[in-house]
Write a protein of this length. Structure first.
Lengths: 603, 102
């Protein structure tokens, strides 16, 4: 079975290489076959691996495949590791990835760069699989940077519009800040323990580091990397702009998989985080703050995809909050259900956007319930799961987070914030649905109901509703949280929060249109709409000083030696080229002069 | 018969060579440049003959014959080139071949 593991990331990688090299010469049909087929095979292998993994009572596999390189006594190989956490991640990536690939075939049909799109998308899946299957830190880092690269390539996929390129660069640079922190953290680990294997390093840390400051620093640096990749405070500004990419990309990379890599990283190295309780508290605080701020921003956005982007940030905030409070399995559980319902929402949004001739502004939508009942159903299910209405998958995972967090740490500031976030989530989910499907029809849709668009949506609907039933073999990965008693009122409060939000939303909608109007045009809403002003803040704090410095330092002293070299070679060049006059007699003079000179020297 | 001193012969050869050299350097007509080249070749050939006479063997004259054939071959190629250049430029001025620099 171990050899099977290698083929899971290898299939999309090979297909991606093939598409990059020869894709331009293939027609749409072979490209689609290759792009989707490789991910389908990978999904099949994953399923086989997961089944045989659970059949063998969840014993983690670690395999060494090929040697990569060795330097300074450090042997580096492509070692893979497969345990419950990897199983969940691989299942989500290949499963949701396959559905999104299928959807993309219809969504991207007719695009001039069809082959390039699938090459990037396959490369992304391969890198993401390497990231979650990696047995050592170097391979994990390879996957980590690989998905960052693919994210950059796909955000700027339609590179002819300059703003798409800007969004891609912004995403790349902002996540790079986190990546530097991650690299530093990994380097400290390698330097301290002299090995790359993740499990062994974490075990070593557990034995050697209790009470040492180093654990805290490493955990902090790892958190830095996770915060950048998962768009959490304070590096969250890139994700709303990342919506410039094609919608399937937003669904796959910027909602379901890549942005949850930070959650995976912290869950994977939780042994180190456990040694640093302060950092763990910081994780919870970051998550709670992010989830609340992003939920408020989602409440006032106009752009359909930006609403979903902010809600993604907010939901990942929940995962971080869960990680920080020690509810690791709840975090991974929410990661999975979120992948289902957010992919559903994004793909349904893609269908709506296509039907409305690439209109993304929700102010110009409305009344789509009658012409597009299937999309409305998808949105209804997606929004219900997002708002965590009872019996949807999102309900189980979010309840698990809030209850476990309460059981671990009681009702602190972060917990109340998370609870308030649940209320706001219900509000903006309702607002999203109402804006799109009720009210007056402002843009006439041309419903696009190709089967390749609808089938993945249908399956995702089922997953969003019943995905919580999928068992998660996580008991061996995370030490079981001590069971603590959660009082019944708290239980009821958590249960009721989304419903309260929903009822309050309907009440506002029916009774107090004027309040809503006043709020939507107010300063607070403007501030929230701009993402709490973080972009402006960073612009003044970082971008402008840097540009100013670059302008001032344009004639850099350090450039002088280089310039000198340029001048010298230019003068020599001009002198030599003047010698080549083309006159025969000048050359003869040169020969004679040279001969005379040699004679004079010799005699 | 009184023997000529070797120096006289060498001076004569040097003078001949210099005349040829100056001709190559200052004439612009390609034909005259070729003729001057021949003059220079003859000057060197003369030194060979002189050397052969001095040492009393035939090697010098053998060399002279070889230079003669060499010169004939060279002039054949050179004249063919000159004919072609004349067809192209309608002139035998060496300085007008400037345009051929690479």
């Amino acid at each position: 079975m171990a050899a099977l593991l290698l083929w899971i990331p290898l299939m999309p990688l090979l297909s991606s290489l093939l598409l990059l090299l020869a894709g331009a010469r293939l027609g749409e049909r072979p490209v689609a076959l290759l792009g989707v087929g490789s991910v389908a095979l990978s999904a099949l292998f994953s399923l086989a691996a997961i089944l045989s993994f659970s059949a063998s009572d969840g014993v983690a596999w670690g395999i060494e495949t090929l040697p990569w390189f060795s330097a300074l006594g450090l042997e580096v190989g492509f070692s893979l590791h497969f345990d419950g956490l990897s199983a969940v991640m691989v299942g989500v990536i290949t499963g949701v990835g396959l559905l999104i690939h299928l959807y993309s075939v219809a969504y991207m049909a007719g695009d001039a760069d069809f082959a390039r799109f699938f090459a990037y998308l396959n490369l992304f899946v391969a890198m993401m699989l390497i990231l979650v299957l990696a047995g050592d830190f170097l391979l994990l880092y390879l996957g980590w940077e690989g998905v960052g690269l693919c994210s950059f390539l796909l955000i700027g996929f339609w590179y002819r519009q300059p703003e798409n390129g800007y969004a891609a660069r912004k995403a790349f640079v902002v996540t790079r800040i986190g990546d530097v922190a991650l690299a530093l953290g990994l380097l400290i680990l390698v330097q301290q323990f002299g090995m790359l294997n993740i499990q062994d390093s974490v075990d070593q840390a557990r034995q050697l580091w209790p009470g040492s400051d180093l654990a805290g620093w490493v955990a902090l640096l790892l958190l830095g990397g996770a915060v950048g990749k998962s768009a959490q405070l304070p590096l969250q500004t890139w994700l709303p702009d990342a919506m410039a990419g094609p919608t399937p990309v937003s669904a796959l990379i910027h909602a379901a998989t890549m942005v949850t890599a930070g959650v995976y990283l912290i869950a994977r190295t939780q042994g180190i985080f456990m040694l640093a309780p302060q950092v763990l508290q910081l994780v919870a605080l970051v998550g709670a703050m992010t989830l609340f701020l992003a939920a408020c921003s989602a409440l006032v956005q106009h752009d359909l995809k930006r609403i979903l982007a902010y809600s993604t940030i907010s939901q990942i905030g929940y995962m971080f909050f869960a990680l920080g409070t020690g509810a690791f399995s709840a975090a991974v559980f929410h990661l999975m259900t979120h992948a289902f319902f957010k992919a559903l929402l994004f793909l349904a949004a893609g269908q709506v956007i296509m039907s409305l001739h690439h209109e993304q502004d929700t102010r110009r939508m409305g009344g789509l319930l009658r012409p597009m009942p299937f999309s409305a159903l998808c949105f209804a299910i997606g929004c219900a799961a997002l708002a965590a209405l009872p019996l949807t998958s999102g309900f189980y995972s979010k309840d698990a987070i809030l209850l476990q967090a309460y059981a671990q740490g009681g009702a602190g500031f972060a917990w109340w914030l998370a609870l308030a976030g649940a209320l706001v989530t219900a509000l903006y989910s309702l607002r999203l649905f109402v804006r799109l499907f009720l009210g007056d029809c402002r843009t006439l849709p041309e419903p696009d109901n190709r089967p390749l668009l609808c089938w993945p949506l249908g399956i995702l609907c089922l997953l969003a509703l019943f995905g919580a039933l999928i068992p998660q073999p996580l008991h061996d990965v995370f030490s079981a949280a001590p069971q603590a008693h959660v009082p019944l009122p708290v239980h009821l409060l958590v249960l009721a929060m989304p419903v309260i939000g929903l009822v309050a939303g309907i009440w506002l909608l029916l009774r107090h249109r004027d309040w809503r109007q006043a709020f939507a045009t107010g300063a607070l809403a403007r501030w929230w709409r701009a993402g709490w002003g973080f972009d402006v803040l960073y612009d003044w704090l970082l971008v402008r000083p840097l540009l100013w410095l670059a302008r001032v330092n344009r004639r850099d002293l350090a450039d002088l030696p280089v310039q000198l070299l340029v001048w010298t070679s230019r003068i020599c060049h001009q002198g030599l080229s003047r010698l080549q006059s083309g006159r025969l007699r000048h050359y003869a003079v040169g020969i004679v002069g040279g001969a005379v000179l040699i004679l004079a020297v010799v005699l | 018969m009184t023997e000529l001193p070797v120096e006289h012969g060498l001076l004569f050869a040097a003078a001949l060579f210099c005349i040829g050299l100056v001709g190559v350097l200052i004439r612009r007509n390609l034909i005259f440049i070729l003729m001057s080249l021949e003059l220079m070749l003859n000057a060197t050939a003369f030194v060979f003959v002189l050397g052969g006479a001095l040492h009393g063997n035939a090697d010098g004259q053998v060399m002279f014959l070889m230079i003669l054939t060499l010169a004939a071959a060279e002039i054949a190629v050179a004249l063919a080139l000159v004919v072609h250049l004349y067809r192209r430029y309608r002139s035998l001025d060496a300085d007008r071949l400037e345009a051929m620099k690479g």
